[in-house]
Design a protein around this ligand. Structure first.
Ligand SMILES: [Zn+2]
Length: 391
């Protein structure tokens, strides 16, 4: 639908030729084209009021999106208002209820879903500069979408590759919303930020030229990259959850170690049908329960799921609907010293191995007083590249 540079010229020459050709009789023709021949392109132009330049300019922004092609198409549908949110479904007479199925808000439109619904509301304040947050949350939706793609430094705390991460987050929010509504597994589909980061890293590997060195996290993660020993007289429990996305079955596991990296205990538990986030919380719960039963009084719990970490440190158990969180909070507030830390997944490998061990054994909880052979390599790697004690 691009207007060609020659169109004005053609229009003028056609006009002159028509005027000069006075010997020919008048005839009926299509007024949307200088040559008076009908075309769909010219019909679109007439319908749009004669100018589609802004649409072209906006398409140029979205078409240059550097992430996965499926997300680029998704962003275009989002920009064009074609996503079937409940407000759009009402407009198309597919339903009579425009409310949000996730949080119960009266209107689920794109602005609500991607900026104000439960998950979105938790994510953006972590990534957006404080002085820009209000503008980010309330400006016109289309301009918001384009501005984030066009100017990666305007809103975020760190703008490196923000456009790719931003698109990934929107995509995961949309997928999560659909899983919540349509999936038979009614559990929480899991951490948006964590999944967005993985998708972001996949996108960068797939769509951009190979960079030197390692991909950097696109926002300040705040977690340790490698395992570090706890201070003296403390133990550190690394916990993790694992979930099969096809079957929906999940497990959790963890490792407790002292300030010299010595094995104090390990555990694993097969959980059955369970969400990824709930499995992470079960890992923390079982880790603390084990430490309490063994008489430890100073415990650091490390987890590699940012959403689980935030739930235990800031969450409201009733609002978030987790079955294990109330028990976890009760453990947390007993008469002992417990700290929660966030760690990157590559600093939490032994816990991941323990969580997966649960799939090989019988159902239920298993405690390991000696490290199983499957986890020994990961333990050795942790103590061979130690971070400063007490981190
Ligand atoms: Zn909502």
């Amino acid at each position: 639908m691009e207007r060609r540079k020659g169109d004005d010229f053609n229009e003028q020459t056609q006009h002159k030729r028509t005027r000069g050709n006075f010997l020919l009789s008048d005839s009926i023709g299509w007024g949307g084209e200088p040559r008076r021949n009908f075309s769909v392109k010219s019909a679109y132009r007439v319908c749009l009021g004669g100018g589609d330049e802004h649409l072209n300019a906006d398409w140029n922004v979205i078409s240059k999106f550097r992430g996965l092609p499926r997300i680029r198409v998704f962003l275009w549908l989002l920009y064009r208002g074609s996503l079937l949110t409940n407000s759009e479904r009402v407009r198309r007479h597919l339903t009579g209820d425009p409310s949000c199925s996730v949080c119960g808000a009266t209107l689920e439109d794109v602005s609500h879903l991607f900026r104000h619904c439960l998950e979105a509301r938790v994510i953006w304040p972590r990534l957006i500069r404080d002085d820009k947050l209000h503008e980010f949350l309330y400006m016109d939706f289309k301009n918001w979408l384009l501005l984030n793609l066009r100017d990666p430094n305007y809103f975020p705390i760190t703008g490196m590759d923000w456009d790719v991460l931003f698109g990934s987050i929107l995509w995961i929010l949309w997928c999560n919303r659909n899983v919540r509504i349509f999936s038979v597994d009614t559990g929480d589909p899991g951490g948006v930020l964590q999944r967005s980061q993985r998708l972001f890293e996949e996108s960068m590997r797939a769509c951009l030229p190979v960079r030197r060195g390692r991909l950097q996290a696109p926002w300040p993660m705040g977690g340790n990259i490698s395992w570090s020993a706890p201070p003296r007289h403390w133990i550190k429990i690394n916990t993790d959850g694992a979930r099969n996305n096809i079957s929906g079955l999940a497990s959790c596991g963890g490792v407790g170690r002292d300030d010299e990296g010595n094995w104090k205990f390990g555990f694993s538990r097969f959980l059955g049908l369970c969400s990824a986030l709930e499995a992470e919380l079960w890992g923390m719960f079982e880790g603390l329960t084990t430490a309490w039963s063994l008489g430890f009084t100073r415990v650091i719990v490390e987890v590699d799921c940012r959403d689980a970490y935030d739930m235990i440190t800031h969450g409201n158990p009733r609002q978030l609907g987790s079955s294990v969180l109330p028990g976890l909070l009760e453990l947390y507030h007993r008469r002992w010293e417990v700290q929660f830390r966030f760690v990157r997944w590559d600093g939490n490998v032994p816990a991941d191995v323990m969580a997966r061990l649960a799939w090989q054994g019988s159902l239920g909880y298993h405690r390991y007083l000696e490290p199983p052979s499957a986890v020994r390599d990961a333990l050795l790697r942790d103590v061979s590249c130690p971070a400063p004690v007490g981190m």
